[in-house]
Design a protein around this ligand. Structure first.
Ligand code: NAP
Length: 247
């Protein structure tokens, strides 16, 4: 397989696990990061040490010109065959009546607009309507879209609700053009995102409330994502796979 996969936010957490597993499955991986260059380069080195091909590109999904640059650089690796819209942010716990426009704009620009713009770049390259050879897109949702995250970050939950609707609509829009579009909704997963929202103890606190009585790993989320990208999922589109230990 010589297809190229773009993974946004591939330097850490779930995106890192996706990048490593996809490379093992033969994808050439173009992974983006926004600030943690050392971590991104470490993922590239790990992939190369395993005989794979990878490239790390600094690209903020909240900046359209940087998204365009990311896909231009991915073109240098070969034909685009997949996109994982993984980059996403949370914010500090707050009630809706405490949220500012600045906070909401950052949340929606990064989590929603960024995913739309990355998908647009991918569809322009992969759609048979545009002369492409088809491909697959996987969007990162969250069980928060269903739970609403009251008192935590309703804005984040709503951004993931938008991702679910985006997945449904885009999947049908490009279904006859060789592109499958699916989403994965993780529950509580062991990554640094919780500390970035000011709650480093969130997993310890909430882990026991999960029906399976534990939090998940990034690798447990990467596995269904890489499956959805693969030909084994050739008749699967417009679906949401929940990976939450029953939560
Ligand atoms: P994470 O550990 O915080 O890693 C975030 C990744 O995204 C990093 O590679 C980071 O790059 C990158 N990133 C952040 N802002 C970016 C931006 N503006 N442009 C480009 N890249 C950006 O996050 P995670 O927990 O793996 O989460 C990945 C996805 O899964 C997110 O969409 C998240 O909402 C979703 N999710 C996570 C959980 C969970 O419990 N962990 C649950 C449900 C859904 P740097 O390294 O350069 O900072």
């Amino acid at each position: 397989m010589d297809k190229v996969l773009v993974v946004t936010g591939g330097s850490r957490g779930i995106g890192r696990a996706v990048s490593l597993l996809a490379a093992k499955r033969g994808w050439r991986v173009c992974l983006s990061y926004v600030s943690n260059r050392d971590a991104a380069e470490a993922v590239v080195r790990e992939i190369e040490a395993g005989g794979g091909t990878a490239l790390a590109v600094r690209s903020d999904v909240a900046v359209e010109a940087e998204i365009e640059d990311l896909f231009r650089q991915a073109d240098g690796l070969g034909t685009l065959g997949g996109l994982v819209n993984n980059a996403g942010v949370v914010d500090y716990a707050a009630r809706v009546d405490e949220m500012t426009g600045t906070r909401l704009t950052r949340m929606m620009t990064t989590n929603v607009v960024g995913s739309f713009l990355c998908a647009a770049q991918a569809v322009r390259r992969m759609s048979t309507k545009h002369g492409g050879r088809g491909g697959a897109i996987v969007n990162l949702s969250s069980v928060a879209a269903r739970l609403g995250a009251p008192g935590q970050y309703v804005d984040y939950a709503a951004s993931k609700g938008a991702i679910d609707t985006f997945t449904t609509g885009l999947a049908v829009e490009v279904a006859a053009e060789g592109i499958r579009v699916n989403a994965v909704a993780p529950g509580l997963i062991e990554t640094e995102i919780h500390a970035s929202g000011g709650q480093p103890d969130r997993l310890v606190r909430l882990g026991p409330s999960v029906p399976m009585k534990r939090v998940g790993t990034a690798e447990e989320v990467a596995a269904p994502i890489v499956w959805l990208l693969s030909d084994e999922a050739s008749y699967t589109t417009g679906t949401l796979v929940t990976v939450s230990g029953g939560r």
